[in-house]
Ligand binder design. Structure first.
Ligand code: NAP
Length: 292
């Protein structure tokens, strides 16, 4: 298939590389020059990349970035052909995504939102999980591309439902992790052996994928970004904004947002979101330590 891939960040670059590896004809574009993918043509603008493309796949930071790639000067809108498909794997506002999809539907362009779960490692190994919104027929046509990039696609309903569930998923990750970080901080202050406590967690109903994934990094004090704090904060804002739009109150997440804001003020925005722990440690005057 002829694919335009827009956005070569932590996630986009390995995704575009996997589409090339699967034998597709890929043109790539990135806002800042210099990012490339072996075997893919480099386009000068989103409009140039989207010309003649059957599928335009986007993976950029946030709602504004997607809007500018689609509708900005030299955006996708200028050249995309009727009958082509846009897939957005960025995590953005569900209500904005719905409006983007409606604008393109009026031009005969199919639109799918397909945000992902799984970080850089899953993007590289082609084992992402997609949460997709769009019509069945379009998703079926995209199946070979989803197979090249990921291991599972959860069809959640019409365009924008992928985003809706994605922010509900990240709400849980942020809050489960915050619970774990607060428990580690309190237990350390009370003199508990953290390694022993982790064994207890694993043996009890408190165990979780989030804890299992993050614990080894914490014990090594490795806060290099698998998922940067700034992006988790962006997703917390997306969830709080979406909640406001539909008049839902999320008091737990509102508090977690404050912790993330303060961690950003402490200069941790480019570290992994696990670094919110360091703020709790600072307040408590302790450092969580394991034998590892
Ligand atoms: P990233 O490494 O920060 O890359 C962001 C990309 O967006 C870069 O290519 C950047 O271009 C581009 N961009 C930013 N603002 C733009 C604008 N105004 N116009 C055009 N392009 C713009 O982010 P990432 O980790 O790849 O994440 C991409 C998306 O996937 C985000 O929505 C994120 O929430 C989501 N996601 C990430 C992960 C993860 O583990 N990293 C996991 C699941 C979902 P430049 O190179 O010019 O800055």
């Amino acid at each position: 298939m002829r694919i335009a891939f827009l956005g070569l960040g932590i996630m986009g670059r390995p995704m575009a590389a996997n589409l090339v590896k699967a034998g597709h004809d890929v043109a790539v574009w990135n806002r800042s020059a210099g990012k490339t993918v072996d075997g893919a043509r480099v386009a000068a603008t989103p409009a140039e990349a989207a010309r003649d493309a059957e599928v335009v796949w986007i993976c950029v930071s946030d709602t504004k970035a997607v809007e500018s790639v689609l509708f900005g000067a030299e955006g996708v809108e200028a050249t995309i052909a009727s009958g082509a498909t846009i897939v957005d794997s960025s995590t953005i506002s569900p209500s904005a995504e719905r409006k983007f999809a409606e604008k393109f539907a009026a031009k005969g362009v199919h639109y799918v939102d397909a945000p992902v779960t799984g970080s850089k490692v899953a993007a590289e190994s082609g084992s992402l999980i997609f949460m997709a919104g769009g019509d069945e027929e379009t998703l079926a046509k995209l199946d070979p591309l989803f197979k090249a990039l990921g291991k599972q696609v959860f069809h959640m309903g019409e365009a924008s439902k992928g985003q809706a569930v994605k922010i509900a998923m990240n709400l849980q990750i942020a809050m489960i992790y915050e619970g774990f970080a607060e428990a580690l901080t309190l237990a350390t202050k009370l003199g508990v052996n953290v390694d022993r406590m982790l064994q207890l967690i694993q043996a009890s109903m408190v165990k979780s994928g989030v804890v299992e994934y993050k614990a080894p990094f914490i014990l090594k004090r490795d806060f290099t970004p698998n998922f940067p704090l700034r992006l988790m904060l962006k997703d917390i804002h997306l969830a709080l904004d979406a909640a406001k739009e539909v008049r839902v109150k999320l008091p737990g997440l509102e508090t977690v947002e404050e912790v993330y804001e303060m961690a950003s003020e402490d200069g941790h925005q480019d570290l992994d979101y696990a670094a919110t722990l360091t703020l709790l440690e600072k307040w408590a005057g302790v450092e969580v330590k394991g034998a590892a």
